[in-house]
Design a protein around this ligand. Structure first.
Ligand code: GLC
Length: 774
């Protein structure tokens, strides 16, 4: 070794590297496919994304190779050089993540102070560029010619993030979410790359404001920078892109199985909750127009003067009885809950929180007062575990009312003062320690969701239904998310697909957009195409802003209503398939809704496919996302595909042109697949279904179908059933492979192109008997 100081200590999967200059760098081997890179910058080291010890006993070697030190597992090789550069390769030595050896070359802007003012005088925004001077550290990685990027949660723009820059700073963005908007409501700092076709992931576990430039500034490097925190990132390996995603969700947690009714259709609008009669009127209309529905959301008006944990009894005479009455009609109510607590000496939540010192303070110790819907508002210090426990305890108010969950909003947190933010220097807790808003901002919504989840779970023992607008990496363990305040414009229907695919890749298997668009006035055509596009989106909710044109299914003409109904019915038929996918997602860590690249990363045609998605492995959805279009090109990946509507078969790995008149969503099923086909229902029932149909696309197939009580956690103790349907050589077999949840389907029907075979449960043999075929 030339340099005396360059060396390492190896302590049980923790390799500490010393350099002639600068701090030590630690490589933590978490699993064969996950290595953490850590450099201490004097900040707290607890993670909000990763819970529990994820380190697995792993075989590895550390070798001093003279000019570098090499750390090797069965899947990853890390090479560390005396100049502090680190390169990661896969086990076959294909480069994955290499430190860049040059300096940043900032894009020239010709901007000086005078010109900045001139540009701004017309109202243009001038964005401060991320420079090495305004950040705590920058990490530059080399970029290959054809490297592509995915992930980052629900950012704006396209599926492949190459060529764009993004910020991680949770923000309420009430204006149009365009490609140029670098940050929205969530910060999920995970990026997946494919370098020369070899997949990897990088997860930067830092809650401070951070920045990604993914090849916008240069074709030679991409970079990550942050204004605070330690250098703490995870290199994720894996043979396939799916394996890399599974490693990320191993680390940050998987989306838990929802209650089954959460997959039902949901209707919302800011304004419904002005009275119980208005809410009931919506439920009546759904019944009148023969439209299935599971949940109506209650926006802020149900509260007493926008006070959290209150219910205005001048608008809802007896809220509990009302919730119950709706429940008897098969409809659940989902109240919103905002982050800001009204300043009001006569309001118990405010008084209690003040007495206990639970609200965020200014540096001088006084409670910070911002403004949200109720006017002057204070913000719970969710970084303090006692505050979370207190909030969770109050969640019982909603559980006791019979509300079906909690819809968390304004939890970035949003503020109507101070340019929409809380000041950076406000005092928060990080556990027992004091810290700043700058550190806790991006996990505010995460922690509020955790509190709501734990409160609901304790109060009901059911799988909690929490929806949040803000999120950080790992929030998927506690909450479903929606993409925030989109608008009724075609570009936002287009955006919905890459956004939701990005969220799926980033751990959020349960996500959705406001169908029809939240802001602005929708059109019948846009609403129609949006509900079609959302037929298999995990969270299916139509929501709109107060004052916009109504966008309930019946708000336009008969045709719009009929098409809307057609897709709601299709949704309910496919809920058993979706539920099976959620069951698999909890184990595999892969999303339910996913971009084609996740299943076909070797196929370059999938790398930039923005307007299609897969649901699991076997259903492909290719919505119309352009006004006036009645045909579209669909890319079918390898294999053979069957048109859902007319059974036309297509060979894959090519584009096909398909007709898509207004009532037709291009929808394909992989040939030789079996799909469960639920009964026609108006709501997801609390009672186990008595019958299930399975449809065979193609001539054969095998399918494993999951069933449990759809509500609580008993499935985790093994209380579930598994049915295996097998069709081969004209033989149809139905087998109850696992029977630990008592109720079973009394009848099962298997439909092939030529046959309709009916099976009946025989309790004596605990198996199915074929009773008829026609
Ligand atoms: C925010 C939410 C939106 C809600 C509104 C009123 O804009 O994103 O969904 O309707 O607040 O509560």
């Amino acid at each position: 070794m030339n340099n005396q100081k360059f060396g390492y200590q190896d302590d049980n999967q923790k390799i500490t590297l010393d350099f002639a200059t600068g701090k030590e760098i630690i490589l933590n081997i978490i699993t064969p496919e996950i290595i953490e890179v850590f450099e201490d910058h004097g900040c707290a080291t607890n993670s909000y994304a990763i819970e529990g010890n994820k380190k697995q006993p792993t075989d590895y070697t550390v070798t001093d190779c003279g000019d570098h030190i090499e750390v090797q597992t069965t899947a990853l090789i890390g090479k560390v050089y005396p100049d502090r550069k680190i390169d990661f390769y896969d086990a076959q030595n294909h480069p994955l993540v290499l430190d860049y050896r040059g300096e940043r070359q900032m894009l020239p802007t010709d901007m000086d102070d005078e010109h900045r003012n001139t540009v701004m005088s017309e109202g243009h925004a001038v964005h401060a560029k991320a420079t090495p001077d305004n950040v705590n550290f920058e990490i530059l990685k080399s970029l290959a010619k054809d490297e592509v990027f995915y992930g980052l949660g629900g950012k704006t723009g396209f599926l492949n993030k190459r060529g764009y820059e993004y910020d991680n700073w949770n923000t309420d963005v009430p204006v149009l979410h365009n490609d140029s908007q670098t940050h929205l409501y969530k910060s999920i700092p995970v990026v997946y790359g494919m370098k020369n076709g070899y997949p990897y992931g990088l997860f930067f576990d830092d809650t401070y404001k951070s920045h990604f430039d993914l090849g916008k500034e240069s074709d030679n490097y991409y970079f990550y920078s942050a204004v605070g925190g330690n250098v703490d990132y995870y290199v994720l390996g894996g043979q396939t892109l799916q394996a890399v995603v599974a490693n990320y969700t191993y680390l940050t947690g998987r989306t838990p199985l929802p209650q089954k009714w959460m997959l039902g259709y949901q209707q919302s609008r800011w304004g419904y909750s002005i009275s119980d009669t208005r809410v009931e009127d919506i439920a009546d209309k759904f019944a009148e127009y023969d439209l299935p529905l599971d949940v109506i959301h209650l926006d802020i008006d149900y509260m007493r003067g926008y006070r959290d944990f209150t219910w205005d009894t001048t608008k809802f005479t007896d809220p509990e009885a009302f919730v119950q009455k709706m429940r008897e009609r098969g409809i659940r109510l989902m109240p919103i809950l905002d982050a800001g607590v009204k300043v009001d000496d006569k309001y118990d939540i405010y008084k209690e929180g003040m007495a206990k010192g639970y609200f965020v303070t200014n540096p001088d110790g006084s409670v910070y007062i911002g403004s949200v819907w109720p006017g002057d508002s204070v913000f719970p210090d969710f970084g303090n575990p006692d505050v979370r426990a207190w909030w969770a305890k109050h969640i019982k108010f909603f559980a006791d009312m019979g509300a079906c969950g909690i819809w968390n909003d304004m939890d970035e947190p949003a503020n109507f003062r101070a340019k929409g933010q809380l000041p950076d220097d406000l005092v928060f807790h990080n556990g027992q320690e004091k810290t700043t808003h700058a550190k806790m901002h991006n996990v505010f919504g995460h922690l509020q969701s955790q509190a709501a989840y734990e409160g609901m779970k304790a109060a009901t023992q059911q799988r909690p239904y929490i929806i949040s607008r803000a999120a950080y990496a790992g929030t998927q363990k506690y909450s479903t998310v929606w993409t925030g305040d989109n608008a009724a414009v075609w570009s936002h229907l287009q955006l919905a697909i890459p956004q939701l695919n990005g969220l799926g890749m980033s751990g959020f298997a349960f996500a959705g957009t406001d169908i029809g668009g939240f802001q602005e006035d929708t059109t019948p055509e846009l609403l129609t195409r949006w509900v079609e596009a959302s037929v298999l989106v995990p969270l299916m909710r139509n929501h709109s802003i107060l004052g916009s044109r109504y966008q309930e299914p019946w708000s336009f003409d008969q045709q719009t209503l009929d098409i809307y109904r057609k897709y709601l019915n299709l949704r309910y038929r496919l809920i058993p398939y979706l539920y099976d996918q959620f069951h698999q997602a909890e184990t595999s860590g892969l999303p339910v809704m996913r971009p084609l690249v996740l299943n076909y990363p070797q196929d370059r045609e999938t790398w930039n496919l923005n307007d299609q998605y897969l649901v699991g492995d076997n259903i492909l959805v290719a919505p119309i996302v352009n006004q006036g279009a009645t045909k579209r090109m669909v890319y079918l990946p390898a294999g053979e595909w069957v048109d859902f509507w007319n059974n036309t078969e297509y060979a894959g790995q090519r584009y096909v042109m398909v007709d898509a008149p207004l009532d037709t969503l291009p929808l394909f099923v992989r040939k030789d697949t079996i799909i469960p086909w639920g009964n026609k229902v108006m709501h997801v029932s609390d009672e186990p279904e008595k019958m299930m149909t399975f449809k065979v696309y193609g001539n054969q197939g095998t399918y494993c179908h999951y069933q449990d009580n759809g509500q609580d956690f008993k499935y985790q103790q093994g209380e579930f059933n598994e049915y295996v349907i097998n069709v081969a050589n004209d033989q149809i077999e139905v087998r109850l492979q696992k029977h630990d949840f008592k109720p079973v389907y009394q009848h099962i029907v298997v439909e092939t192109a030529t046959k309709h075979a009916k099976f009946t449960f025989d309790s004596e043999s605990d198996q199915y008997r074929q009773v008829e075929t026609n």
